[in-house]
Design a protein around this ligand. Structure first.
Ligand SMILES: [Zn+2]
Length: 188
């Protein structure tokens, strides 16, 4: 930590954008939304979610109208996929007990960035269930459910079978189980 964090140039300070402002990091040719200051750098996050990165404010520019439209669309799509709900949480690592039962507070004690994001490896798969919410009297609901399936069409198709037996059961909810993964990275 000696020396090091002097701003790249002291002549000009750029106004700090509002959080969420879309910007292009011209060094990396990446679009991200402004999240906040990280020392002399600006912390940007990919529009489609994911890990933040630090950009030099000298090499960050505003978007052209065309770029803005594409980025807004990407952000909207990411929100509907759940990616935009990915989050980073920095927390103190719990002290790690050593083999002799004492508690290590030296190098093993630090901060960790927890990142939670949708798990898109396909394993486990996203699962879909349809549940009948038709009222059956006395404040009760039917509650019958489709098979839970990784094929959306299978779950949805069950509603046609169910309504054949119960023509008045026309209200359903789709229940989606989307896997998420937490990942730890040592904070710098
Ligand atoms: Zn029903």
């Amino acid at each position: 930590m000696s020396g090091g964090s002097v701003p790249p140039n002291g002549e000009e300070t750029r106004p700090v954008p509002a959080p969420g402002t879309l910007m292009v990091d011209t060094r990396r040719d990446r679009t991200g939304e402004f999240r906040g200051l990280a020392g002399p750098y600006w912390s940007l996050r990919p529009v489609s979610g994911g890990a933040e990165w630090e950009a030099d404010p000298e090499h960050v520019r505003a978007l052209t109208p065309g770029e803005r439209l594409r980025a807004e669309n990407a952000r909207q799509n990411a929100r509907s996929r759940g990616d935009a709900h990915a989050a980073v949480f920095t927390a103190a690592l719990a002290p790690v007990p050593t083999h002799d039962g004492r508690t290590a507070l030296g190098r093993r004690h630090g901060f960790v960035d927890w990142t939670i994001a949708p798990n898109r490896t396909g394993e486990p798969p996203t699962l879909h269930t349809f549940r009948c919410t038709a009222e059956t009297g006395g404040g009760k609901r039917c509650g019958a459910e489709s098979p839970t399936s990784d094929l959306f069409e299978t779950a949805r198709g069950w509603t046609f079978t169910h309504v054949r037996d119960h023509p008045e059961h026309t209200c359903y909810v789709e229940v989606t189980q989307r896997p998420w993964t937490l990942r730890a990275e040592r904070a710098s």
